[in-house]
Design a protein around this ligand. Structure first.
Ligand code: AMP
Ligand code: ZN
Length: 295
C-alpha cells in the first residue's frame, strides 16, 4: 500500500512528520507523501531525518486555490504538488502570504462566531494549531472543546462550511498560479479528490481537468476514501483519454478525522503501488524538460 495524501501538525493533522514516518514504517507502507495545506514545513522537518531505504518518500503540498466561477466549485479547489523543492524561494514567499491570510481568516471567523453568540478564544485556537498553519479544523476542534458542538462535522455543518454563517473567504491564489508555482518548484501538479467537486459526473470532471491540463496539470487523484467506485472509474477514464497520471491517498489527519486511517483505503479505493514509481518518474521527466526549456 502507498499513501500519497497525508497531513501533519504543520497544517491540520495531529501527528508530527516524525510520527507519520514511524507509523508508515509500522504499517508497512511502500511509499508516502506529506501534503499539508499551504505549507512545506512538515516536508522540511523530514529532510533531516533518515528515511529507511525500503520506504519511498516524495515531497508534497496541497494548495487551496480559487477556480473560475463557471466551474461551479464551492470554496477552494485543492491542487496537490509532488516532488516540489521545499526551499524554492518563490513558492515559500507565496506560502508565507497564504499563512498570513489563514491567520487573519481565523480571527475573522472567531469574531463572526462571537456575533452569533458562540464564544471561543483566539488563544485556544492558537494552542490547538500549535506550529501549524491555522485551518478551519482547528477552529472546529475549539468549538467541540468549548461544548458548542458535539463533533467536528457538526462544527462544519452548523458554522464553518461554505455557505454557513461563520464561513469567511480568504485570499487564495488562482488555480493557474498554483499549478505554475508547483511546476516552477520542480513539482508535478495533481487535482486533489475530483469526486469532492464533481461527484460521478465524468463530463464535468473531463471539462475542468482539460482546462487545468492546459495550465500544466499532470495528474488526478483517483483513489480517495470519499470516492465511489463510479468516481474512481470516471477518473481512470479521464486520465486515459487525456494522458494524465493517477495518484491516491487517504487524506489522513490523525485524531482530527478519526475515521480515516493512514494507508487504509479498501476495495476500489486501494492505491496501486505502481503509481508511486510513475509519479516519481514524471517528476524527473518534467524537471528535466523545464531545465531544457530554460535555456
Ligand atoms: P481550510 O483549508 O482551513 O479552509 O480547511 C479545509 C479543511 O477542512 C479540509 O481540507 C478538510 O480537512 C476540512 N473540512 C472541510 N469541510 C469539512 C466538513 N464538512 N467536515 C469535516 N471537515 C471538513
Ligand atoms: Zn488533504
Amino acid at each position: 500500500m502507498i499513501d500519497l495524501h497525508i497531513h501533519s501538525t504543520a497544517s491540520d493533522g495531529t501527528l508530527t512528520p516524525a510520527q507519520i514516518l514511524a507509523q508508515a514504517i509500522t504499517i508497512g507502507l511502500r511509499a508516502f507523501s506529506i501534503t499539508d495545506h499551504d505549507t512545506l514545513s512538515g516536508v522540511q522537518a523530514l529532510e533531516s531525518v533518515q528515511i529507511p531505504a525500503q520506504i519511498g518518500f516524495i515531497s508534497g503540498i496541497e494548495l487551496s486555490t480559487s477556480a473560475p466561477k463557471a466551474w461551479g466549485v464551492a470554496g477552494s479547489l485543492h491542487i496537490l504538488g509532488y516532488g516540489v523543492d521545499s526551499r524554492n524561494p518563490e513558492l515559500l514567499r507565496t506560502l508565507a502570504i497564504l499563512r498570513e491570510s489563514r491567520d487573519q481568516r481565523a480571527l475573522k471567523i472567531i469574531t463572526r462566531l462571537k456575533q452569533l453568540g458562540v464564544v471561543i478564544s483566539s488563544r485556544q485556537v492558537a494552542e490547538i494549531a500549535g506550529e501549524g498553519v491555522a485551518g478551519r479544523p482547528h477552529i472546529a476542534l475549539a468549538l467541540v472543546q468549548a461544548g458548542h458542538v458535539a463533533d467536528i462535522s457538526e462544527a462544519f455543518e452548523k458554522y464553518l462550511a461554505h455557505g454557513r454563517p461563520a464561513y469567511v473567504q480568504r485570499y487564495r491564489i488562482d488555480a493557474a498560479e498554483g499549478i505554475g508555482l508547483i511546476r516552477a518548484a520542480g513539482g508535478v501538479a495533481v487535482l486533489a479528490h475530483p469526486g469532492v467537486y464533481f461527484g460521478d459526473d465524468a463530463d464535468r470532471m473531463a471539462h475542468v481537468t482539460g482546462a487545468l491540463q492546459k495550465m500544466g496539470l499532470a495528474g488526478i487523484e483517483a483513489y480517495y476514501p470519499e470516492h465511489t467506485a463510479v468516481t474512481v472509474s470516471a477518473c481512470r477514464q479521464v486520465a486515459r483519454q487525456k494522458g494524465l497520471l493517477l495518484t491516491g491517498g487517504t487524506d489522513f489527519h490523525g485524531a482530527i478525522r478519526p475515521a480515516i486511517k493512514m494507508g487504509v483505503a479498501e476495495g476500489a479505493m486501494r492505491v496501486p503501488d505502481a503509481l508511486f514509481d510513475r509519479l516519481r518518474a514524471a517528476v524527473t521527466t518534467l524537471s528535466k524538460a523545464s531545465s531544457v526549456s530554460a535555456f
